[in-house]
Design a protein around this ligand. Structure first.
Ligand SMILES: Cc1ncc(COP(=O)(O)O)c(C=O)c1O
Length: 479
């Protein structure tokens, strides 16, 4: 049987009159062939669904039998199915197998910023790998949480958010991040983004000092809420907080920092600077706003506890499940000193919590049972492997990353005058990557830094190795 006959026979099992042009390349290694088959299978199934050859409701064969027919590992087929399920092309229901979903085009792509003819190599930032979402744990936790919840849980709710989740979080954040708080000092919200906007609108009166490199979308929303931002320089010890004593910062009533893992440069705030910023905040009556955006995703450096643990009186701490679980969950927390609770709660009104109480019940259950911890451990292993592969592959082509100790992205430094050209070449070649200068505060003076910022959580598992190979090829051509 020729390879084409073989695949045509497989296609017969997927539906009548369906031909999938998979064309495995016999010259590839077993590993490369598996990855190529998975990509081809995913692409061809997507095309067959979108052009109607596989109509809605069509039952696909169990992946075990398809894998046996194709002579490939089960994981190859299950990964292809999982990717298409995550994208909304297929649905999987207990007892009825995997079927073509009822929308012929997915309504929401996993990355909604991706255009229909999106990048070939998606290294976008800010999201975990969607296929990691712990679906079974979430379903099991939902069943218990909704069954056990008292009727009152489905009433209007506490404006600070569900009390049980605040209790679980106060214990969890103490254990994992060294945060010192109580449920009464926690306000639940939908995201770090909304937490920052709410703080600036209701609790921080005056300007906000921010790191010279930061998240532009957060900065824009803070400024749109009427809070001017003032950049402070960054060096290898993190934000240079001594500059806060300069007259230029006299209007600043708070300083926003990412102390455990500066975004996006990746440095940690040194112990000396941690002590200095706390002393400065106390002496000036300022707040430190700590964005602990990926505090749990650390790989091989000593854990760095939250700054909040040093100074619960003047640090406002915020975090969310956007990186640890999914940005689709929309659950985040603010841990605030006593004086900040009241203005935040008053701004919400006497009834309305900001975020979904139903999701808060589920998350409570997930944390309580240890499933959340297990998921974080699994995710850490998964991303550590990705990180190791990325760093090794780049080293092969002479790019020294200096390691990546935490988080889901890496900055590959380059000369500032080379950044634009590198970026333009990358974009033309279908890479979704970012220039370090895109994160620079508009009034921050140049500091001789350039680079490209690459998110390694975004590529789907099915193409990760190929995406990294392509990135290595791109960078090799530039060195
Ligand atoms: C600097 C920074 N802070 C916070 C977050 C978490 O964002 P959110 O909770 O608003 O989804 C991210 C996510 O990418 C981030 O990059």
């Amino acid at each position: 049987m020729t390879p084409t006959d073989h695949w045509a026979a497989v296609a017969q099992r997927l539906g009548t009159d369906l031909f999938l042009d998979l064309q495995p390349d016999p010259t590839l290694s077993a590993h490369g062939r598996g990855a190529q088959l998975r990509r081809s299978l995913t692409t061809e199934l997507r095309a067959a669904i979108s052009d109607g050859r596989l109509p809605a409701g069509t039952q696909l064969p169990p992946y075990r039998s398809l894998a046996a027919d194709l002579g490939v590992a089960r994981g190859t087929v299950s990964a292809a199915y999982a990717e298409l399920i995550a994208e909304g092309w297929l649905t999987a229901r207990q007892g009825s197998g995997t079927v073509v979903a009822h929308t012929s085009t997915p309504s929401v792509l996993p990355n909604t910023r991706r255009k229909p003819d999106g990048p070939t190599h998606d290294f976008s930032l800010g999201a975990p790998t969607p296929s990691l979402f712990p679906r079974s744990d979430w379903i099991a936790a939902t069943r218990v949480a909704i069954t056990d919840a008292p009727h009152s849980a489905f009433g209007p709710g506490d404006p600070q958010g569900n009390y049980e989740l605040r209790e679980e979080l106060s214990r969890y954040l103490a254990r994992v991040r060294g945060v010192r708080t109580s449920p009464d000092n926690i306000v639940l919200t939908t995201s770090v983004h909304s937490a920052l906007v709410s703080l600036c609108s209701n609790a921080v009166d005056g300007a906000l000092a921010v790191e010279a490199f930061n998240m532009p979308f957060h900065r824009a929303s803070i400024e749109a809420a009427g809070t001017p931002t003032l950049p402070i320089p960054i060096d290898r010890d993190g934000a240079d907080v001594d500059t806060l004593s300069d007259g230029a910062y006299s209007d600043a009533r708070a300083v926003l920092l990412t102390p455990s893992h500066q975004f996006p440069t990746g440095v940690a705030l040194s112990p000396g600077r941690r002590a200095a910023v706390v002393a400065h905040a106390r002496s000036r009556g300022m707040y430190i706003v700590e964005d602990d955006y990926d505090g749990e995703l650390r790989y091989d450096r000593e854990p760095i506890g939250a700054l909040q643990g040093l100074a619960p009186d003047c640090v406002i701490y915020t975090g969310s499940v956007s990186k640890s679980l999914s940005p689709a969950v929309r659950t985040a927390w603010l841990v605030v000193p006593d004086a900040v609770v009241e203005p935040l709660v008053a701004a919400k009104g006497p009834r309305e919590p900001d975020a979904s109480i139903v999701d808060q019940l589920v998350l409570t259950q997930l944390i309580r049972t240890g499933a959340y911890d297990r998921h974080i451990r699994r995710s850490r292993q998964f991303y550590r492997k990705r990180r190791d592969h990325l760093v090794a592959r780049l080293r092969d082509v002479g790019v020294d990353t200096g390691g990546v100790s935490a988080g889901l992205h890496i900055v590959l430094p380059c000369r500032p005058d080379a950044e634009d050209e590198l970026l333009a070449t990358a974009w033309r070649a279908g890479f979704l990557v970012f220039g370090l200068s895109q994160f620079r505060h508009p009034t921050a003076p140049p500091d001789g830094r350039g680079g490209i910022v690459v998110g390694f959580g975004s590529p789907p598992d099915s193409s990760f190795n190929a995406d990294i190979d392509a990135l290595a090829g791109l960078l090799a051509a530039f060195t």
